[in-house]
Design a protein around this ligand. Structure first.
Ligand code: UDP
Length: 329
């Protein structure tokens, strides 16, 4: 297959591109390099530098490439930022998405696998969360993802596009070549590992008074290679609709920090601070539908192994992808 990967210079897009190429597919990456990294684009892929908000650019790219399918990762994905600048999220994630969907129609591209999120569920009534859970996002980030799911659903009914929505839980871990490098970094595991690298003094634990066994929030941490593999299943199977991607098991913030201490041998000081607004106590996926219909199951479910892969990458890339820039900053 020839696969067109938007956001192929980002965290999940880079690893999925690597796996697609390893599996013998052709890949064209489309990325504006705004938040992604040139060094994260697999050198075996073709690369088009462009922005989804530039309608001519995405129409031209799809018309030229004529891919068999689109994997759509390119998006803004920070909850806190979306609460301060909602316009950025509706512009990039919704308007950019609309341009992409229209360009697919014009080029005759039949299938899209879209990076959606458990943030579309908001505060779930039932955990583990199934795809039937109500979708009431608590922030513009989740809302922008849900809006694009709905737009694609209408395009499916009216134009026959085949959309798959992969609702990720907490992506983490790395391959030997590609890992997590966000600026600013807000995610738990890379922040904890930066303490072990000596780049930060301590970890802040956002609240220890939740209704969970140790009082800290529980999340479903899913390895990036498992996420990438689910995209390949979604491409190869004749499926449409939504799938939750998680392990089905949750880990608390304290358990993650403990796992990082064990792997790194570093004491990793941690201080409890106030809750972070908008954090639900417990988000854990029911991955049963993905197992049944995609034939996919998370393979790397041991939190120590997940953290270990991230630690190896951070050790080999202590300044991420841009050593000069990071060193100056
Ligand atoms: N978290 C924390 N300290 C940090 C970053 C995150 O305690 O410095 C907590 C956060 O409140 C959440 C969990 O770690 O319960 C995972 O947060 P992350 O930002 O990695 O992912 P999210 O669940 O928000 O998508």
């Amino acid at each position: 297959m020839h696969v067109f990967v938007t956001g192929g210079a980002g965290y999940i897009g880079s690893v999925t591109t690597e796996l697609l190429l390893d599996a013998g597919h052709r890949v064209t990456v489309f990325d504006n390099l705004g938040r992604g990294h040139r060094a994260a684009i697999d050198t075996r892929a073709s690369f088009i530098e462009g922005d989804l908000c530039d309608r001519d650019a995405i129409f031209g790219a799809l018309q030229t490439v004529q891919p068999d399918a689109v994997l759509h990762f390119a998006a803004f994905a920070l909850v806190g930022e979306s609460m301060e600048h909602p316009q950025m999220y509706f512009q990039n994630n919704v308007v950019g998405g609309l341009n992409l969907a229209d360009a697919m129609l014009a080029a005759g591209t039949p299938k899209i696998v879209f990076s959606s999120t458990c943030a579309t569920y908001g505060q779930p009534d039932l955990v583990p969360i199934t795809e039937e859970e109500k979708q009431l996002p608590q922030n513009p980030y989740g809302e922008s993802k849900l809006m694009f799911e709905k737009m694609l659903d209408w395009y499916r009914h009216i134009h026959g596009i085949q959309p798959v929505f992969l609702r990720y839980f907490n992506a983490c871990g790395a391959t030997e070549r590609f890992g997590e490098d966000h600026d600013p970094e807000t995610h738990l595991i890379p922040l904890v590992l930066r303490v072990a690298l000596g780049q930060r003094d301590e970890v802040k634990i956002f609240g220890s008074d939740y209704a969970t066994p140790d009082g800290t929030c529980i999340r479903d941490y899913i390895h990036i290679v498992d996420l990438a593999a689910a995209h390949i299943c979604a491409l190869e199977k004749d499926v449409v609709g939504a799938f939750n991607l998680g392990t089905g098991t949750g880990h608390s913030v304290l358990e993650v920090i403990e796992a990082c201490r064990a792997i790194t041998g570093h004491a990793i000081p941690a201080t409890v601070v106030d809750r972070r607004p908008g954090d639900p106590a417990r988000l854990v996926a029911s991955p049963r539908k993905a197992e049944r219909e995609l034939g996919w199951k998370a393979q790397c479910t041991d939190i120590a192994a997940i953290v270990g892969s991230a630690w190896r990458w951070h050790q080999s890339h202590p300044q991420g992808y841009n050593p000069e820039v990071s060193a100056i900053a």
